[in-house]
Design a protein around this ligand. Sequence first.
Ligand code: NAD
Length: 338
Amino acid sequence: MIRVGLIGAGFMGTMHSSVYSFLPNVKVAAVCDLDREKAEKIAQQQGAKVYTDPDALLADSSLKLDLVDICLPTFLHAEYACKAAASGLNVLCEKPFALDLQSVDKIISAVDEAKVKLMVGQCVRFWPEYQVLKQVATEGRFGEIQGAWFSRLSPLPTWGWENWLLDPARSGGAAFDMHIHDTDFILYLLGKPQAVFSTAIEDQYGLSHISTQYLYDKLMVTAEAGWNYPAKFPFQAKFRVVFQEAVLALEERGLIVYPGDGADPYSIEIKKDTSESSAAGGNISDLGGYYNEIKYYLDCLEKGESPKVVTAQSARESVAVTLAEIESAKSGKIVSIS
Ligand SMILES: NC(=O)c1ccc[n+]([C@@H]2O[C@H](COP(=O)([O-])OP(=O)(O)OC[C@H]3O[C@@H](n4cnc5c(N)ncnc54)[C@H](O)[C@@H]3O)[C@@H](O)[C@H]2O)c1
């Protein structure tokens, strides 16, 4: 049984708690949030102890924790990931890793020194439709990729604690909060580009819409993300990938293959897991990639293996490329990726 201390009981802390409700090999032993009511709500469902100070949770050895799950606002990731590692605990840290490479490197050093296992929640690598895309590309089912387009759009995120998401110094704006999902997946799918060229819309919330061309030798790759859409615009994440023999597209109606020989388009069904949990208030499929992500990490811990789908270095690279994209948008220049 893996014993978890969950720090941050907001939107993502609640999501992670729902995932834990479905997993038999985990016990949420402690929940911490500055806002006691939020921590209590999750703690009641999980039978966990409540904290309002993360340091107190980390100092309580009677909890016998194996893992700290950090669902705090992004600017706090480095402080508490380092403290958790220094306490000898494995760390699951929500994405993005951190907002600058110094903070990322501090976390990596702390984790290496303590010899604990870290995973950053780059959840798109675990999202069913994106998993199919990765598999189809790896198998070469439709030949090689020639070009790809990704998009992620939403209204302004106004739910956060103290509106931290709207403060670019604390969230990194739409580039770090949304766009990094696609940047990370592009690196996973296609490797590192030679350079990036970005344009962006900047407003009082920082870069609230960014569009990037990832410059590869023989590939045409673009991704855009923005949270500057009207309040009634539904969140959407889409892609279109051009293979030699077909186009694979994630559309509103699902994952569709458009064969290159002119045959009728067909959909690829994602198998649903309708197991329910009253504590989670829904079924496993409602949890999308978050279930796959956390299950994978816990399985790695049980086997004593380091996660391979997301590594500290891959999460670091996603931060480095996102920083290059922001630099490009601000300077109007192509920025090389080292
Ligand atoms: N993987 C994804 O798809 C995804 C989606 C949304 C958010 N996130 C990430 O998850 C993280 C959390 O985002 P969120 O949307 O849950 O934010 P949120 O504002 O809903 O939750 C953050 C919680 O942290 C608490 N908190 C703030 N400072 C604290 C402190 N010092 N000690 C204890 N508690 C404190 C707040 O009270 C709040 O409940 C961010 O890094 C965000 O980027 C990831």
